[in-house]
Design a protein around this ligand. Sequence first.
Ligand code: ADP
Ligand code: MG
Length: 237
Amino acid sequence: MMKADNVGVHYGAIQAVHGVSLEIKAGGFVLILGPNGAGKTSFISALAGIVPCSAGKIVLDGADVTHVSATRRVRLGVSLVPEGRGVLKGLSVKENLLLGWHASAKERRGSFSTGLGEVTEIFPRLSERLEQDCSTLSGGEMQMLAVARAMLARPKVILLDEPSLGLAPLAVKAVYAALRRLSELGMTLVVVEQKNVPITSVPDRTLVMREGEVLLDMADGRPSEAELAELYLGGRR
Ligand SMILES: Nc1ncnc2c1ncn2[C@@H]1O[C@H](COP(=O)(O)OP(=O)(O)O)[C@@H](O)[C@H]1O
Ligand SMILES: [Mg+2]
């Protein structure tokens, strides 16, 4: 459904991503792990069109979207939940959700109230807090809001940048339980994390990145804590 082929990302002279390839299958769950500075954010930002590719290409549903803008990519079905969640404080939960709906393509989205009904069914805690300023939400609720907002754009794929960041262990569990439900409903997910978070669903592909490169590309599972520690410290296999 979406494919990255030898993608490179540069910031001036600094190369953050070196030829990363990934195939994202419809309904799949891809996990990207790597220590701080590994190029994870840069890579998924390139998938979303937020940073340009300095090499390689990105294909969505058979069409080359390498040079398609981020705004247009959202309309084509690629939604990014950024690190730090990107919810707008000072706006209510409902207003944040409305922004997600507005970002989507008119021909693909249904009415806002239909979309709202769908996301509050998946995230019931949000339905009780629609009129509340989102800065009053807990970290876990804010992360759910960020995912719900992405859902309102009716994405084909959601890219999540470190959804567990800054959350207490119970909140991480709740967020991943929600992601698992999305996965079960057929949503395609690409999740970036630094640590081996306690996910319950088995990724159909796991990439481990370090220093802009893929150290491990694993199908149907993810590395153990010990394997991951070794890879982060500099081992290669
Ligand atoms: N806007 C930027 N300008 C310059 N360098 C950047 C920028 N964003 C990231 N980098 C550099 O690119 C590398 C990869 O960063 P990033 O993609 O954020 O990694 P990760 O998300 O895995 O922590 C790092 O060395 C970082 O300093
Ligand atoms: Mg990052």
